[in-house]
Every structure is written in structure tokens, then in C-alpha cells.
Design a protein around this ligand. Structure first.
Ligand SMILES: NC(=O)c1ccc[n+]([C@@H]2O[C@H](COP(=O)([O-])OP(=O)(O)OC[C@H]3O[C@@H](n4cnc5c(N)ncnc54)[C@H](OP(=O)(O)O)[C@@H]3O)[C@@H](O)[C@H]2O)c1
Length: 245
């Protein structure tokens, strides 16, 4: 059995990959998942070439069964779970008079239902890790959109607000079990997801994926007597008029 193990959904790129690499550098064996097999396997190979222990599992988290199987595969491979990172996410910009049910359903499934299912399937392993060392951790990638309610991203923002709420409810249920739950709420981070915004906000003015990984290091380093419900990360000069993005 690994000494520490982490599962990162959407770990094949962007913020998820930066967090996965940071966890591996901290000694965690990894399971990373994503939909696109070629991208996922290339990422896993790159991490393995850095001498990290990594397993790649193709999983489309819009399927409950796929999330159940993903956690089961992680359990089979590593036998424990110390850090669950619910990172896979999708954002679809639309005006409120053009919202389509299929886009609503997709964002709810990926951004909210998948973390709920992954947490349900993982909670026994997380509690076992919490009982062992007091520092099991669930990191849910929310967004500053869930705090500042931007126009044109109403459904995405609503799913992220729900993730923040869900994270705090989880923390209450985990209680003194040694499992901390944190919603990370960033503004624009330079990844594929923010390609649409890079004409207005150049990539070098956005946060980096390493900034988000740094937040995870902070969460790992505080004592078991400190739980952190949320971390809001915004860019200098961004404010409510920009939805904080
Ligand atoms: N970038 C930002 O500015 C920003 C700001 C605030 C919050 N966030 C949140 O941070 C998280 C990561 O965002 P990112 O910017 O790193 O996005 P990204 O670069 O688009 O990466 C998203 C990752 O999620 C995976 N993914 C997407 N849909 C999936 C699905 N249905 N099933 C399984 N995996 C799926 C992708 O892999 P495949 O495509 O291969 O599946 C990819 O690995 C998201 O939850 C996002 O909402 C991002």
C-alpha cells in the first residue's frame, strides 16, 4: 500500500495537472483521470518519467457509474486515499435567455454531481486516512464565479456556488474525523478553459496553475487543528464589475 495517495479528476491538464504534480512532489501516489485517453496517457507518462507513482484512468465524470468505477480503481491500485481533488469542470457562457437544458445538465453533472459522487465513494478511505494522521483532505475546485455571480456565466456560477455550499456541509459531516474540506475559488487562471478570455485578459495577467497548486500545498501544511472552508484567489484590479474574474 502507498504511504499517501491522491485522486485528481481532470488531472490530465490545466489546474488538475499542476495540483497532481505538487501532490506527487509531496510524496503522494496519484490517480489522475480525464476523458481524452491520448492526453491522459501522455500526461501520466510525463509524470512517471519524473519518477512519480501514477495511474491513469479514463473516466467521463458525467456518468455516475464512471465516477464509482474511478474511485474503485484508485482503491484497488493504491489501497488508500488521503487527498481527493474534485477538479474536472466545464463552463459554458450563455445569456439567461439562451440557456439550453443540455448545457445546464452538463455543467451540473461535471461541476456538482461528480464531486458529490466521488466524495460519497471515497469517504470511508478519507476517514481512515484522517483517523491515521489527521490530515486527509478534499479539495473542490469551485470558482470566484461562485462568490461574485458574473453575468453570462449564470449556470456555471450557480454550480460553483453549490460546490462551495456542499464543501461546507461536508466539513460539518466529517467533523473531527481528521478530514478537511476546502473549496478553492480562483478568478482567471491561464488554462485551456480561459482561452475565450485571453483577448481581454492576456494569459500573463492571469493566475498560473502553480498559484493554485501553491494553495493546495498550504492546505497540506497547516496543522490538523486548522480547517479552511474556502480560499478565494483573485487577480489584482479585478472586482465585482468583472465578476471578480
Ligand atoms: N481556469 C480558470 O480560470 C478557472 C477559474 C476558476 C475555477 N476553475 C475550475 O478549475 C477546474 C479546472 O479548470 P481548468 O482551467 O484546469 O480546465 P481545463 O484546462 O479545461 O481542464 C479541465 C480538465 O477536466 C477534464 N474534464 C473536463 N470535462 C470532463 C469530464 N466530463 N469528465 C472527466 N474529465 C473532464 C479535462 O480533461 P478531458 O477534456 O480529457 O476530459 C481536463 O483534464 C474546473 O473545475 C474549473 O471550473 C478554473
Amino acid at each position: 500500500m502507498a504511504k499517501r495517495a491522491a485522486l485528481v479528476t481532470g488531472g490530465s491538464g490545466g489546474i488538475g495537472l499542476a495540483i497532481a504534480r505538487r501532490l506527487a512532489q509531496s510524496g503522494y501516489a496519484l490517480t489522475i483521470s480525464g476523458r481524452r485517453e491520448d492526453k491522459l496517457l501522455a500526461t501520466a507518462e510525463a509524470l512517471a518519467n519524473e519518477d512519480f507513482k501514477v495511474e491513469a484512468v479514463v473516466a467521463d465524470v458525467t456518468s455516475e457509474e464512471a465516477v464509482v468505477d474511478l474511485v474503485a480503481e484508485h482503491r484497488r491500485q493504491w489501497g488508500r486515499l488521503d487527498c481527493l481533488v474534485n477538479n474536472a469542470g466545464v463552463g459554458i457562457g450563455q445569456s439567461i435567455d439562451a440557456v439550453q437544458a443540455k448545457h445546464f445538465d452538463l455543467q451540473v453533472a461535471v461541476n456538482l454531481r461528480a464531486p458529490v459522487v466521488a466524495t460519497r465513494e471515497s469517504s470511508d478511505m478519507l476517514k481512515a486516512a484522517g483517523a491515521e494522521h489527521g490530515k486527509a483532505l478534499v479539495v473542490n475546485l469551485a470558482s470566484i464565479a461562485g462568490k461574485q455571480y458574473p453575468a453570462w456565466l449564470s449556470i456555471y456560477a450557480a454550480t460553483k456556488a453549490a460546490v462551495i455550499s456542499y464543501s461546507q456541509s461536508c466539513q460539518k459531516e466529517f467533523g473531527n474525523s481528521g478530514v478537511g474540506v476546502t473549496a478553492i475559488c480562483p478568478g482567471f487562471v491561464a488554462t485551456d478553459m480561459t482561452e475565450f478570455a485571453k483577448e481581454q485578459v492576456p494569459a500573463d495577467k492571469m493566475m498560473s496553475t502553480d498559484d493554485i497548486a501553491e494553495a493546495v500545498s498550504f492546505l497540506l501544511n497547516v496543522s490538523p487543528n486548522c480547517v479552511i472552508p474556502e480560499i478565494i484567489m483573485s487577480r489584482p484590479g479585478s472586482g465585482p464589475d468583472s465578476g471578480g474574474m
